[in-house]
Design a protein around this ligand. Structure first.
Ligand code: PLP
Length: 798
């Protein structure tokens, strides 16, 4: 019955070939021997530990052996260890145990302190459980956040200031986002300095195996642990409850686990975690084991990675205080790159990292941990967490080092990363960038109309959010900037135009405050391709200007033609109209401007708004007329809506804006997000790529595309062309022109996960391109299918 560790190898890497998995704080792969133990428990030792026969006794032996191993590792008594499904469940038991005890005591002592102190960087499993149970049980308890310092460690002074009123204290041993180690001994001193009893919960999930946890030397009442953070499977964990601490079950039934956690034990999980805990015990005794690295090795790995990051991103800021953290977590922010961008680049070099914390990735808010550490908003927005694990190998770290350099070089090649000092192996790749570029961060657009032939451009709607990116683009290619144009002044902030002029070292050639550099309404900037006209379209603000772009050859031949593009500021948004309820707005002027635009714009004119609230990228006049009833009625040539009625409806619309702010900036108009229903989602599986008459487009960023070793993953006879999202609006204008020619072709869009390609596909569908599809799950899903096929082909268990 040898289910413990085999002789050699540590990790089954067959599924992880060349993958650098640096998200071990989110979860780890499972140790090969732990997998074997789980399988053995499913196939051979499958008895129920509560059964008195031999099969049951065998299972009980495994259960108790794992319990003893866990107790040994944290210096506890085996009776104090309870197996659960993981840390979240363990936390519930601890919380409920405290709450039950508190309510009983409160009946006898009205003056009992009623505060629960929770370190501000605690995992949501703790803070949300407390909120949930307190509200469900209708208890009169308040939760107080205890501040942390710049390193993310509990601020002891703040803890001291609240401790007199505390009934329960929740702290963690090691933080999951930054790796910060909390000073448990000092925290204990403060807690135990009180005369009244205080229960103390410590979330030890990220500490196990990384720092020494001696629960016999500390007075912690409840400590929680999770298997899947230490190379055991998901769905197994354990709870330490001190003998003397109150206990109340969360799941009741058959009375397993000394009545504290009913339900037949998850024996495969218990067997697996037992194996890992055994390895950890051996490692603690300095017995080397091929599975896990020593402290020194982990510290060396951290140093290698930090060095590579610093060399690649000279202006990097570390959010992890190396001196006060475990060496397996490195949290950092790079100016100019939001988390998702760096994550995608790292993904392209096969390195998986996380943006802050896996738990935050669904919500759009900044990590509460980094906010609690008082980091500037940009550092929160740009935070990336690299977390490796005890089983990470030196080869993996050296591969990661190379991957970091490769990512930096690809960003440099794509002109996104000027501060990168790494030497280029080749010259810049010459990409065709002629046309329109869209820079979009936090829903704000900055547009650059770039003539590659004359290497000159104009910039429209310069915003602070996009400034770094625009400057890199301009400076890297040494582009001449002929004008920087605002479409309007802003109700809540100064224009960034002056800052752009200064940072780009330009002589301000503006003839008016919006930046127009010409004496008349036409701008013949240094381009053979386009001519730009300004027209006043007051309304959203009284000074709003719309910039129309005409193709020069057409304009010269016919004297008059329809504009190819229009920079419409906030007058027309994709799916909505700009607000007209500011002090500097004019609703009457707005009504007239819409009618004037209807005369000037062609149905196919590409409209480029100042904001993109629903990821439309750009729109057309025809599309907006079709989907926006108010606009359509206002500009109806034969029977326009009366001004009073327009006013009434427009005011009602503006008043519906639920939130007037997004990312701290005023929202400039109400958008109809529901114009595309779920059932219409333009999603297809990759078989569609095998059909004839397709145009395959890879919409990933240029740097990602440059890095991805196998961009023709699907083995197409013509590999996909790369049109990154920031050049997609330009591609739309091209498609609008070629609509007839491509009407029998399918446009198939691809990216890594299918998210960005779906956005692009929806945008094209909105504009009337009906034969457009996004590949479901993108490259990731395709790779997964391939991996799974290989895995099951090799597996000995099926
Ligand atoms: N506490 C911390 C610090 C964690 O990192 C996690 C996992 O994300 C949890 C608790 C929850 O653990 P589990 O997934 O086992 O419920």
């Amino acid at each position: 019955m040898d289910i413990l560790i085999g002789e050699k190898s540590c990790m089954d890497t067959s599924l992880n070939e060349n993958k650098i998995y640096f998200d071990c704080n989110a979860t780890t792969p499972t140790l090969k021997e732990a997998c074997e133990a789980a399988i053995c428990s499913m196939r051979k030792i499958y008895g129920n530990p509560s059964s008195p026969h031999l099969a049951g006794l065998e299972a009980k032996t495994v259960l108790e052996r794992s319990r003893k191993t866990a107790a040994e590792l944290i210096h506890a008594d085996a009776q104090e260890i309870y197996f659960t499904s993981g840390a979240t469940e363990s936390i519930q038991i601890a919380v409920i145990s405290f709450l039950k005890d508190y309510s009983q005591q409160k009946k006898q002592n009205e003056l009992l302190p009623s505060k629960i102190l929770v370190a501000a960087t605690e995992h949501k499993a703790v803070s949300q459980s407390l909120k949930h149970w307190i509200s469900l049980l209708n208890l009169d308890l308040s939760i107080v956040d205890v501040a942390v310092d710049k390193s993310g460690c509990v601020n002891l002074e703040d803890l001291k200031s609240h401790i007199k009123e505390a009934a329960f204290v929740c702290t963690m041993a090691v933080n999951n986002e930054t790796g910060a180690i909390h000073p448990l001994k000092e925290i204990e001193k403060i807690i135990r300095s009180q005369n009244h009893p205080i229960l103390w919960l410590v979330d030890c999930v990220q500490a196990l195996g990384k720092i020494d946890l001696n629960l016999s030397a500390l007075s912690i009442d409840y400590a929680t642990f999770s298997g899947h953070k230490i190379y055991a499977p998901k769905g197994i964990g354990f709870l330490f409850v001190r003998e003397s601490a109150p206990k109340c079950p969360f799941i009741v039934g058959g009375g397993q686990e000394q009545g504290l956690r009913s339900g037949t034990e998850n024996l495969p999980g218990v067997a697996a975690i037992g194996v890992v805990l055994d390895v950890l015990n051996k490692r603690k005794k300095k017995e080397s084991h091929p599975a896990f690295r020593s402290e020194e090795e982990l510290a060396e790995f951290q140093a290698i990675l930090i060095k590579a990051l610093k060399a690649t991103f000279p202006n990097i800021m570390f959010n992890t205080d190396v001196e006060k953290s475990v060496s397996t977590t490195i949290n950092f922010s790079v100016p100019g790159f939001v988390s998702s961008e760096l994550m995608r680049i790292f993904d392209a070099v096969n390195m998986q990292v996380s943006g802050g914390s896996a738990c935050n990735s669904k919500t759009n808010s900044y990590s509460h941990v980094l906010v609690a550490m008082n980091l500037e908003p940009w550092r929160c927005a740009n935070a990336v967490r690299m977390s490796f694990g005890l089983a990470t190998t030196k080869e993996e770290v050296l591969q990661a080092e190379k991957a970091i350099y490769a990512a930096g070089l690809a960003l440099k090649k794509a002109c996104l990363h000027l501060s990168c000092q790494l030497p280029m192996l080749q010259n810049n790749v010459e990409t065709n960038l002629h046309g329109l570029l869209q820079f979009n961060l936090e829903a704000s657009n900055t547009w650059v109309l770039y003539d590659q032939n004359t290497n000159s451009c104009i910039i429209i709607d310069p915003t602070e959010e996009n400034s770094e990116r625009v400057f890199s683009f301009i400076q890297c290619r040494n582009i001449q900037v002929d004008a920087i144009l605002d479409t309007h002044s802003h109700a809540d902030h100064e224009s960034s135009r002056k800052m752009y002029v200064e940072k780009l070292n330009l002589k301000d050639n503006a003839k008016n405050f919006l930046g127009w550099p010409s004496e008349n309404d036409f701008l013949n900037f240094n381009s053979n391709a386009w001519i730009v006209q300004q027209i006043a379209t007051p309304g959203h603000t009284l000074d709003t200007i719309c910039y129309l772009v005409f193709e020069k050859n057409q304009f010269q031949q016919k004297g008059i033609s329809f504009p190819k593009m229009a920079f419409v500021g906030d007058t027309i948004l994709s799916g909505g109209l700009g607000r007209t309820d500011f002090g500097i707005s004019g609703i009457e002027q707005f009504y007239t401007s819409l009618q004037q635009m209807n005369k000037i714009l062609s149905p196919k004119t590409l409209l480029c708004p100042a904001h993109d609230y629903d990821n439309s990228m750009a729109t057309t006049w025809e599309t907006e007329l079709k989907r926006n009833e108010l606009l359509r009625n206002a500009v109806n040539e034969f029977n326009p809506m009366a001004f009073q009625e327009f006013c009434r409806q427009k005011k009602a619309l503006d008043s519906q804006l639920e939130s007037k702010f997004i990312h701290g900036k005023i929202v400039c108009g109400l958008i109809d997000y529901n114009c595309q229903t779920k059932s219409q989602e333009p999603i297809a599986s990759f078989d569609i790529l095998l059909q004839n008459d397709i145009i395959a487009i890879d919409v990933r960023d240029e740097a990602e595309y440059l890095l991805y070793a196998n961009s023709n993953f699907f083995n197409l006879s013509t590999p996909p062309i790369n049109i990154p999202i920031n050049r997609f609006a330009n591609y739309i204008s091209h498609l609008l022109k070629e609509k007839e020619l491509i009407k029998n072709k399918k446009i198939i869009l691809l990216c890594s996960t299918g998210a960005r390609s779906l956005v692009a596909a929806k945008s094209l569908r909105r504009l009337g391109f009906d034969n457009v599809w996004s590949i479901d799950g993108g490259f990731v899903f395709a790779a997964l299918q391939k991996d799974e096929k290989n895995f099951f082909a090799q597996s000995q268990f099926v």
